[in-house]
Write a protein that binds this ligand. Structure first.
Ligand SMILES: Nc1ncnc2c1ncn2[C@@H]1O[C@H](COP(=O)(O)OP(=O)(O)OP(=O)(O)O)[C@@H](O)[C@H]1O
Ligand SMILES: [Mg+2]
Length: 224
């Protein structure tokens, strides 16, 4: 077995021949770690995550992720489809053909992991933004995802919910042995990461210590 949960090797992708989005892009995330992906607007972060989920296929290069993979969107209203918290988490399990008892047990365990068990019967519309993001994460936990990909999950959250969510994902990674890759523009979130990448024009131009990246970004050495 490889030491990587996510291994991207020289991936290229373009929507049209004139404008390549990813160019020989490589990125590796070790198993059981929480890494962040930063970069300028339009540098290709969301495209890279879509390649990781299989929503898009690369024109060249290799994409390898330990399965199953869960995805959390920037806007939870684009992700949560059922009327209540418990029904939404259970909906993600439909393809697994579990018994009713097993489904209930998986849903409860996943909601407990994100501290939302008490809201199991709550309608989705009556949740805060941070709670909705935790329901989306519970969906991935219920499916027993090994890898969690999050594309700017805190973009719509206030600062308190933002730091609660990043702290919770860090704890899930550390206690459950999951691996997470988190896209963000917010430098204070780097304090929670084991490592970070910086992307520019379709490739990773910096990777490693999140504090070093934070300092370089604050000093304007790399553009955020
Ligand atoms: N469906 C699409 N069709 C054509 N071009 C696209 C499509 N989606 C994205 N692009 C282009 O691909 C490039 C990379 O976009 P992407 O969304 O991956 O950037 P990003 O790094 O996630 O940016 P942001 O920080 O704004 O979220 C951009 O130039 C964008 O305009
Ligand atoms: Mg994006």
């Amino acid at each position: 077995m490889s030491e990587w949960a996510i291994a991207i090797e020289s991936v290229s992708f373009s929507w049209s021949a004139q404008s390549p989005v990813l160019q020989n892009c490589s990125l590796h995330v070790p198993k059981g770690q929480f890494w962040m992906l930063l970069g300028t607007n339009g540098s290709g972060k969301s495209t890279l995550l879509k390649l990781m989920t299989g929503l898009l296929a690369p024109q060249s290069g290799q994409v390898n992720l330990v399965q199953p993979v869960g995805f959390v969107f920037q806007n939870p209203d684009h992700q949560l489809v059922m009327p209540t918290v418990g029904a939404d988490v259970a909906f993600g399990l439909v393809a697994e053909n579990l018994s009713t008892a097993e489904t209930r047990q998986r849903v409860q365990e996943a909601l407990a992991a994100v501290n939302l068990l008490h809201l199991q019967r709550r309608p989705i519309y009556a949740l805060s933004g941070g709670q909705k993001q935790r329901v989306a994460i519970a969906g991935a936990i219920a499916r027993h995802c090994e890898v969690l990909l999050l594309d700017e999950p805190t973009a719509l959250l206030d600062p308190d919910s933002q730091l609660d969510l990043v702290d919770q994902v860090r704890q899930l990674v550390k206690t459950r042995g999951m691996t997470a890759l988190w896209v963000t523009h917010r430098l204070d979130e780097l304090n929670y990461a084991d490592g970070a990448f910086f992307m520019e024009a379709g490739r990773i131009v910096e990777s490693g210590d999140p504090q070093r990246l934070k300092q370089r970004m604050m000093a304007g050495a790399v553009r955020g």
